[in-house]
Ligand binder design. Structure first.
Ligand SMILES: Nc1nc2c(c(=O)[nH]1)N[C@@H](CN(C=O)c1ccc(C(=O)N[C@@H](CCC(=O)O)C(=O)O)cc1)CN2
Ligand SMILES: [Mg+2]
Length: 299
């Protein structure tokens, strides 16, 4: 059986380091890191994530503010709020929880965030830095950044020459994940819904990242023996075995079968998910260090 990669433990370690850095920053006269979390509407999953982010920010010793806009808020009001947060010196990180309601242009909203406060790493400046080998000076999106820490924990920092297959090409996970693995000198293939013979391709992967949003799509016989499997999927599926109407959380990987073959694998829940919030805190404290003219802390 494979090693279970404990994302809760690793995220607690990252958060511990963020707390220490926050205390150090105050001692150096740099004040508190400030994080503004913006949510539009009442999507229940988004409400949970946003509450977790605000709570974790407070636990880290940050100045933490949450802005909740109604589902029918005008796009112009959201853009105005972002403009105010961009100009607020007490705020070092701004994030707009995704998805936003359909009448709002998420691309326009994201590109309104000042790149130096874009702790989600979604603005053109940060995406461009990552894509041109400048990841060191970029804010890297939290889920792929956290996935890289988990991969390094298992395989060490030298990933040079390993075959990596990323299933999924989203802007939030698949593409930045591929760029990070490329920057680490992996041979990277990005697969997606049009990829032919995905199972055979997946079997070439020393590092297999599943980020497609399709419950349990990656089967045990898609996994190369000894591979590191990173499951980014969070899918809620019916669980009639529990009782009528109940649901359970599964990843994009059929866990039991994959765990028999993999060298190491992330569970769902408790794998990549908790790292997303930890890396948001890491990016925010880094932003506050940069704003204070101090060297950027590394994770
Ligand atoms: N602005 C952003 N929006 C969204 C992002 C993001 O990084 N920035 N990512 C996702 C949602 N997300 C954070 O926002 C997120 C998803 C999941 C988890 C997590 O801890 N998952 C748990 C299980 C949670 C559950 O029980 O439902 C786990 O995997 O253990 C954290 C953050 C989309 N939007
Ligand atoms: Mg997407």
């Amino acid at each position: 059986m494979s090693e279970v990669i404990d994302g809760r433990k690793m995220s607690a370690e990252v958060i511990g380091k963020v707390k220490a850095l926050t205390a150090d920053l105050a001692a150096k006269g740099g004040g508190k890191p400030g994080l503004a979390v913006v949510i539009v509407g009442e999507d229940p999953a988004s409400q949970v994530y946003v509450a977790n982010k605000s709570r974790t920010a407070k636990e880290c010793g940050f100045h933490s503010v949450q802005h909740t806009l109604p589902a029918d808020a005008a796009e112009a009001d959201l853009l105005k709020l972002i403009g105010e947060l961009n100009a607020d010196p007490a705020i070092h990180g701004i994030l707009v929880q995704l998805p936003v309601p359909d009448h709002i242009d998420s691309g326009k909203v994201i590109q309104t965030i000042a790149p130096e406060k874009d702790v989600d790493g979604f603005t053109f400046v940060n995406v461009g830095k990552l894509g041109t080998g400048e990841a060191e000076t970029a804010f890297v999106p939290c889920t792929p950044a956290g996935s890289m820490l988990l991969i390094e924990r298992v395989r060490g920092k030298d990933l040079s020459g390993l075959n990596a297959v990323v299933i999924g090409r989203s802007n939030i996970v698949g593409k930045p994940m591929a760029n990070l693995l490329l920057a680490a000198n992996c041979t990277v293939t990005v697969a997606h819904s049009r990829t032919k013979d995905l199972a055979a391709l997946a079997r070439t992967a020393d590092i297999l990242v599943a980020a497609v949003g399709r419950p349990e799509m990656v089967k045990g016989d898609w996994v190369k023996p000894g591979a590191t499997v990173i499951d980014v999927g969070i899918n809620r599926i019916p669980a009639p075995e529990k009782s009528e109407g109940k649901t359970r959380l599964v990843g994009d990987v059929a866990y039991a079968g994959a765990a028999e073959v993999a060298g190491a694998i992330t569970p769902v829940p408790g794998g990549v998910g908790p790292m997303t919030i930890a890396m948001l805190m890491a990016n925010t404290v880094a932003s506050a260090y940069l704003a204070a003219g101090l060297a950027r802390p590394r994770f």
